[in-house]
Design a protein around this ligand. Structure first.
Ligand code: NAD
Length: 502
C-alpha cells in the first residue's frame, strides 16, 4: 500500500505518493477489532494548492486528448479495476467494516459507472442545425470545466468516488478527490490503478484530510466545480460555500427512507426486503430503509416475519464469510446510534428487538451494535425525524395509504422510498405522488443504474443536477453554441440591425 515510512497514508498528487509535510494526521481503525491500523495525512492549505496546481496543468493537455485515447484509458481502467476488485473490496472491508460480499457489490456498482463513462464518445456528441439562416449553420458542443473537486463520505469509499471521477475525467476535466478520512486507503489504490491504465499524471489527484482541505477546495479560484456526497449539514455548507465562490455545485445529503407496506403485499417478500435494506451494511447506506410504514393490518402480518429473520442474523467481522452484518464505522458513531434507541424508548417507542447489548466473541473492542427494531414510533420522536445511519428500523403504523403518503411528504428528506403492494394502481399513484428522487416498487433499495442518474429531493440534495448518468455529463461539461458561415460575396455590407434568420 501507499503509505509513508511511518505507515501514514500519503496523498497521491501528479501520479506520485506525496508524503505530508505537516504533522496533522488522523487514525484509521479496523472497526471489527477497534484497533488503529494506520494513520492518514491531513492536507494543509499548501498541499491542496499543490494538488490543484498539478490538476490545472494536467487539465490543459487532457482536454485536448482525443476521445479515442480517453476511451482506451477508461476501458483499460475498467479492466484493471475489475481484475483487482477482490483486493479493493478486502481493503474496503478492513477500514469500513462492511461484510466482504457487500464490499464486492459496492465495487461492482462503481465499475458500472466506469463502463458508462467508456461511452464518452457518444455522450459528448453535440447538435448541429444546417441552414439556421441561408448558408448559416449552428452547432453545439459540450466542453470540460477544468479542475473539478470531489468530497466523499465514509460509507461507500470505492463506489461514491467512482460516481464522480471516471465521468468527470471522461468529459476532459482533471480531478482532485478528498475522500473520507475514516477509510481512505481504497482511493489511493484506485488512483494507482488508473495511472497504470495509462491516465496521465495529474489528471486524478487524491488529497487526504479534514475541514482544512475541504475549505480550501471550496474557496480555491482554480476549482471550477464541486461534487459532494455526505451528510445534510455539510452538503448545505458545501453548496452555499461553493456558490459564494462562483462554483458549480452538486451536494448530495442524508436520508430517511420510508418503506410503505400495504396490507395486500407479499409479506414474505416485504420482510426479506425490510431486513435486507434496514440492516445491510449495518444501516450505513444513504438508501437504507430506516422507517417501515405499515398500513392497516400489514403490521400484524409483517412484524412477526421480520423478527423471525432478525433472530438469525449473523453479526461479526466482515472478513468472516458467515457474517451478514459488520460493525459501525467508529465507536463514537456506534454510541450515537445506540443513543437514538435509548431516546426512542424514553419517548415511548417499543423496542421489539434490542441489539444494544450485543458482544461479538473475540471482537470485544469492535464497534458492533446488533440490529434493533422499534415499534409504535411517532413522527415527533427523534428516531423518526433524524437520520440515524445505523442498524435501527423504526415502525410507524398508519391507518391508510393517504396517512402514509402524508408522512413522506412532510419529512425533511427525500432520497429514496419504496412501496410494497400487489395493487398496480396503488403503486402507480405512489410513484406519481411521492416527493422523493428514487422510488422502488417492491424493490427496497432503488439505486438507479449507471445510465440513469442518482439523486434525492428536498434536504437530500442541494443543486440542480443528480450525480452520474446523463446528469453527470451535464454537470461536468458546459455547453457552447457556435453559429458560422463561410464568406459569400452576396452578403457583404454593413447592417446594424439585430441578426434575423432569412
Ligand atoms: P460527512 O458529511 O460527515 O462527511 C463527508 C465528507 O465531508 C468527508 O470527506 C468529510 O471529511 C467532510 N467533512 C466532514 N465534516 C466537515 C466539515 N465540518 N467541513 C468540511 N468538510 C467536512 O458524512 P459521512 O459521515 O462521511 O457519511 C455519511 C453521510 O453521508 C450520511 O448522512 C449519508 O446519508 C450520506 N450519504 C449520502 C449519499 C447520497 O447519495 N445522498 C450517499 C452516501 C452517503
Amino acid at each position: 500500500m501507499t503509505t509513508q515510512a511511518n505507515d501514514t497514508l500519503a496523498h497521491f498528487i501528479g501520479g506520485k505518493h506525496v508524503a505530508t509535510t505537516g504533522s496533522r494526521t488522523g487514525d484509521v481503525y479496523n472497526p471489527a477489532t477497534g484497533e488503529v491500523q494506520r494513520k492518514v495525512s491531513f492536507a494543509s492549505v499548501d498541499e491542496v494548492d499543490a494538488a490543484v496546481a498539478t490538476a490545472k496543468r494536467a487539465a490543459q493537455e487532457w482536454r485536448n486528448s482525443s476521445l479515442a485515447a480517453r476511451t482506451r484509458i477508461l476501458f483499460a481502467y475498467r479492466e484493471m479495476a475489475n481484475r483487482r476488485k477482490d483486493e479493493i473490496a478486502r481493503l474496503l472491508t478492513l477500514e469500513h467494516g462492511k461484510v466482504l460480499s457487500d464490499a464486492q457489490g459496492e465495487v461492482q456498482r462503481g465499475l458500472e459507472v466506469i463502463e458508462f463513462a467508456c461511452g464518452l464518445a457518444q455522450l459528448l456528441k453535440g447538435e448541429l442545425s444546417e441552414n439556421v439562416s441561408t448558408d448559416v449553420d449552428s452547432w453545439s458542443m459540450r466542453q470540460p470545466l477544468g479542475v473539478v473537486a470531489g468530497i466523499t463520505p465514509f460509507n461507500f469509499p470505492a463506489m461514491v468516488p467512482m460516481w464522480m471521477y471516471p465521468l468527470a475525467i471522461a468529459c476532459g476535466n482533471s480531478f482532485v478527490l478528498k475522500p473520507s478520512e475514516r477509510d481512505p486507503s481504497v482511493t489511493n489504490l484506485c488512483a494507482e490503478l488508473f495511472k497504470e491504465a495509462g491516465l496521465p499524471d495529474g489528471v486524478l489527484n487524491v488529497v487526504h484530510g479534514d475541514k482544512v482541505a475541504v475549505d480550501r477546495l471550496i474557496e480555491h479560484p482554480d476549482v471550477a466545480a464541486l461534487s459532494f456526497v455526505g451528510s445534510t449539514p455539510i452538503a448545505r455548507y458545501i453548496y452555499e460555500g461553493g456558490a459564494k465562490h462562483g462554483k458549480r455545485v452538486q451536494a448530495l445529503g442524508g436520508a430517511k427512507n420510508h418503506m410503505v407496506v400495504l396490507p395486500d403485499a407479499d409479506m414474505d417478500l416485504a420482510a426479506d426486503a425490510a431486513v435486507g435494506a434496514g440492516f445491510g451494511s449495518a444501516g450505513e447506506r444513504c438508501m437504507a430503509i430506516s422507517v417501515l410504514v405499515c398500513v392497516g393490518s400489514a403490521a400484524d402480518k409483517l412484524l412477526p416475519r421480520i423478527k423471525e429473520r432478525m433472530a438469525v442474523l449473523k453479526v461479526g467481522n466482515g472478513l468472516d464469510p458467515a457474517s451478514q452484518m459488520g460493525p459501525l464505522i467508529t465507536k463514537q458513531h456506534r454510541d450515537r446510534v445506540a443513543g437514538f434507541v435509548d431516546a426512542g424508548e424514553k419517548e415511548g417507542a417499543k423496542v421489539l428487538v434490542d441489539g444494544r447489548a450485543l458482544k461479538v466473541p473475540g471482537h470485544e473492542q469492535g464497534f458492533f451494535l446488533g440490529p434493533c427494531l422499534l415499534d409504535e414510533v411517532q413522527p415527533g420522536m427523534s428516531v423518526y425525524r433524524e437520520e440515524i445511519f445505523g442498524p435501527v428500523l423504526s415502525v410507524v403504523r398508519s391507518k391508510s395509504y393517504d396517512e402514509a403518503m402524508a408522512l413522506i411528504q412532510q419529512h425533511a428528506y427525500g432520497n429514496g422510498t419504496a412501496i410494497f403492494t400487489n395493487d398496480g394502481g396503488a403503486a402507480r399513484k405512489f410513484q406519481h405522488d411521492v416527493p422523493v428522487g428514487m422510488v422502488g416498487v417492491n424493490v427496497p433499495i432503488p439505486v438507479p443504474m449507471a445510465y440513469y442518474s442518482f439523486g434525492g429531493w428536498k434536504q437530500s440534495l442541494f443543486g440542480d443536477l443528480h450525480i452520474y448518468g446523463p446528469d453527470g455529463v451535464r454537470f461536468y461539461t458546459r455547453n457552447k453554441v457556435v453559429i458560422g458561415r463561410w464568406p459569400d460575396p452576396r452578403f457583404r455590407g454593413v447592417d446594424l440591425g439585430f441578426p434575423q434568420n432569412k
